[in-house]
Design a protein around this ligand. Structure first.
Ligand code: HEC
Ligand code: HEC
Length: 293
């Protein structure tokens, strides 16, 4: 989604136009989010799915805080001062290991810049559309029934997209009986982690030792290779917890320092799902997995 650079004179014209328009408009409301233009619906939809998988348990389905003690994001200063994910990403990438007041911590999420941006766009979209400060998004409150798909179609989707790594009679045997409800089952398979068990503690999802971490091999100019658990990566920096111990960051600025960065993400298939899944596919697969009892 790269935009062509705007010639400087055009920027000035736009800025001048905006200033003039502001001068003539009635006094603007004070909540910046309510003056935002609507975001890209595709990015928001992607962000909504990422939010559901990574954030919802703690921050709530309507962003007003969840069962696991995450605060209301509709009233968060971090969210309100954020433009396009830059402030939210600080919290998401680092987590809040030592929250003030000794509350529960928030884990760090090694999400890509694009994914954090999508989550931010989703959150801002909810803020933009909400009726008044702190109220839930408009529309009727709905009980969530995720068992609306076609199990047969879900089985076909599974064969085509999942059977290379999973089997209904093997690792996913009885998966439906291991999930608290259909929602927990759906969250689990989309994210690729064990479902929250009936009566179980949803905290476990973040500390599950089974979820294999993303690793990275950084090859330096002299051929030395450093391997470890990826902490974060973007176009400029790659940071990792090295197998040999210690936390290392390398600058990727095109100078000979870093020759190659090879990332091995065992969960890549699941991350990719988030962007590729349609709602009907998602419901069909959940309906199919719900039959694995
Ligand atoms: C395990 C629960 C948990 C999960 C999962 C979680 N959070 Fe949090 N989050 C928290 C807690 C607890 C705090 C408050 C910590 C503190 O007091 O500093 C917080 C704080 C925040 C804040 C700062 C709020 C403020 O105003 O200080 C933002 C923004 C945020 N979370 C966004 C997210 C996003 C986006 C995700 C998903 C990628 C996410 N969180 C996932 C528990 C969680
Ligand atoms: C390229 C391999 C790959 C593909 C394709 C894949 N997954 Fe996964 N999945 C994994 C890995 C790796 C894990 C985490 C380790 C584990 O639990 O096996 C995982 C975990 C899971 C879990 C949690 C299992 C548990 O009990 O902990 C479920 C459920 C799941 N995947 C469902 C699916 C479904 C449904 C699809 C297709 C839409 C799919 N996966 C596609 C690799 C894959």
């Amino acid at each position: 989604m790269a935009r062509p650079a705007m010639p400087t004179f055009l920027c000035w014209t736009v800025a001048l136009g905006a200033t003039l328009a502001l001068a003539q408009a009635p006094a603007p409301a004070t909540f910046p989010d309510q003056q935002r233009p609507a975001g890209d619906p595709a990015v928001i939809a992607h962000g909504r799915q990422l939010y559901a998988v990574n954030c919802k348990a703690c921050h709530g389905g309507d962003l007003r805080g969840g069962d696991l003690g995450g605060p209301n994001l509709l009233r968060s200063q971090v969210v309100m001062s954020d433009q396009h994910g830059e402030a939210i990403s600080q919290v998401v990438l680092k987590g809040r290991p030592d929250p003030q007041g000794g509350g529960p911590p928030m884990p760090a999420f090694p999400l890509s810049t694009a994914d954090v941006h999508a989550i931010a766009e989703y959150i801002h979209g909810v803020l933009r559309d909400k009726q008044r400060q702190g109220a839930p998004p408009p529309g009727e409150r709905q009980a969530l029934n995720v068992l609306v798909g076609n199990a047969g179609a879900g089985r076909r989707y599974f064969k085509a997209h999942c059977a290379g790594c999973h089997s209904p009679g093997g690792d996913l045997r009885g998966i439906a009986t291991r999930a608290a409800d259909a929602g927990a089952l759906q969250d689990a398979w989309v994210a690729g982690r064990p479902p929250v068990a009936p009566g179980g503690n949803p905290y476990a999802i973040h500390t599950d030792p089974k979820t294999p971490p993303t690793t990275v091999t950084v090859t330096l100019g002299d051929g030395t290779r450093v391997h470890g658990r990826l902490q974060r990566v973007d176009d400029f920096i790659v940071s990792l917890y090295a197998d040999s111990g210690g936390y290392l960051s390398f600058i990727r600025d095109g100078r000979p320092g870093v020759r190659a960065v090879d990332i091995d993400d065992p969960m890549a298939a699941h991350r990719h799902l988030l962007g590729a899944l349609t709602d009907p596919d998602m419901h069909d697969v959940t309906a199919y997995l719900a039959t694995l009892k």
